[in-house]
Write a protein that binds this ligand. Structure first.
Ligand SMILES: Nc1ncnc2c1ncn2[C@@H]1O[C@H](COP(=O)(O)OP(=O)(O)OP(=O)(O)O)[C@@H](O)[C@H]1O
Length: 341
């Protein structure tokens, strides 16, 4: 049986702004999203800020009603049968909310086990199992206020699994977690999927998605722009070379100059603290090095390297394509319209 079936899901938000001249703003956050997730699959939902990922997840886990379209979780309709859906799902969101700081991890789990109506005779065994799964056994009697971010995230996952859900939604689990703790967290998520739990993961870390996900949907502007295995998504940019340039002071003007060079397919700048990383994707075999450096005349440059395309390059290409497709009308974010209230 399929774990998730979403057909034509849409969600529009309406909010009122202004006092003297009130306006009603309508945002089409999700605009007709359809996909299926098989039981036991680890499914990734990737997309830029405001793409509609959280809205999609909230419709699937019954926290938001769809404006139109349908969704089912293990055959249960999210609108008509929300109680049955909630029994089958767990939801873990990143950040600091949702745990009692002054209590130990053990007491937090006992409290939530009561709340989720885990049978009293089963609670002790279940909590011990979960502490082991998330690697917190031995630390369970310490207060949560002394926990690191990575430990808190693992405790969040344990909390989300208390009632043995068949589907776990993980919204940005590794946000703000250091690289070593993030690696442990990925191990936990992989173990979970190996044990048969269906996982829907949103993340901004492409390497994480590449390592973990069986399939990935890239969502931008409220629509799915690509869906496939990490390998299939990467195949889209296989025929490209990637040039990386460390720089300081690259503006839109230089970026446009680079984008206009013959053979260049995409160019993007990522601000990494005091330094920028310019990534240029080009048709395989294009000799770009000298021409890119000439286009960056006047910019302070650091290391220049060439590398094979990664999932991140595929993602950048898919999102850039989506932005070009919607340019001039709604931009890359969700479409918003304003009318007098
Ligand atoms: N409660 C709300 N009222 C009005 N607009 C909203 C509301 N929640 C989200 N939006 C808008 O809907 C769009 C989609 O937001 P959503 O949170 O689903 O995106 P996201 O992909 O999860 O983004 P992020 O990666 O930043 O979490 C955005 O334009 C956002 O501003």
């Amino acid at each position: 049986m399929l774990a998730i079936e979403a057909h034509g899901l849409r969600r529009t938000y309406t909010s009122r702004t202004g006092w003297l001249r009130p306006r009603r703003t309508t945002t089409e956050a999700v605009r007709g999203v359809s996909f299926e997730v098989a039981s036991g699959e680890l499914f990734g939902l990737l997309g830029p800020n405001g793409a509609g990922k959280t809205t999609t997840i909230k419709m699937l886990n019954t926290l938001l009603l769809p404006t139109s379209g349908t969704a089912r979780v293990f055959g249960h309709d999210v609108v008509r049968d929300p109680v049955a859906v909630r029994r089958r799902i767990g939801y873990v969101f990143g950040g600091d909310r949702g745990l009692y700081e002054r209590l130990s991890a053990l007491d937090n789990l006992r409290y939530f086990a009561e709340l989720y109506e885990v049978e009293p005779c089963e609670q002790r065994r279940r909590i011990a199992e979960l502490l082991e799964l998330v690697g917190l056994d031995g630390r369970e009697r310490e207060r949560v206020e002394g926990y690191s971010r990575g430990m808190r995230q693992r405790l969040h996952i344990a909390r989300g699994l208390l009632h043995r859900p068949d589907v776990l939604f993980l919204d940005e689990p590794s946000i703000g977690v250091d690289p070593v703790a993030a690696r442990d967290l990925r191990r936990t998520v992989a173990d979970l999927a190996d044990a048969g739990t269906t996982v829907v993961l949103t993340t901004h870390y492409m390497a994480e998605a590449d390592e973990l996900c069986d399939r990935i949907a890239v969502i931008a502007g409220g629509e799915i722009r690509a869906l496939g295995t990490p390998g299939a998504l990467k195949a889209r940019v296989q025929e490209r070379d990637v040039l990386e340039v460390e720089a300081r002071g690259v503006s839109e003007t230089e970026l446009d100059r680079v984008r206009a060079l013959p053979g260049v397919r995409d160019a993007a700048v990522d601000d990494r603290g005091s330094v920028q990383l310019l990534t240029v994707q080009s048709d395989r075999g294009t000799e770009l090095h000298a021409r890119v450096l000439a286009a960056l005349d006047g910019v302070r440059l650091g290391r220049v390297t060439t590398r094979e395309p990664t999932l991140e390059d595929a993602y950048v290409a898919i999102v850039a394509e989506a932005e070009r497709a919607t340019a001039g009308s709604v931009g890359s974010a969700a479409a918003s319209t304003e009318v007098p209230a």
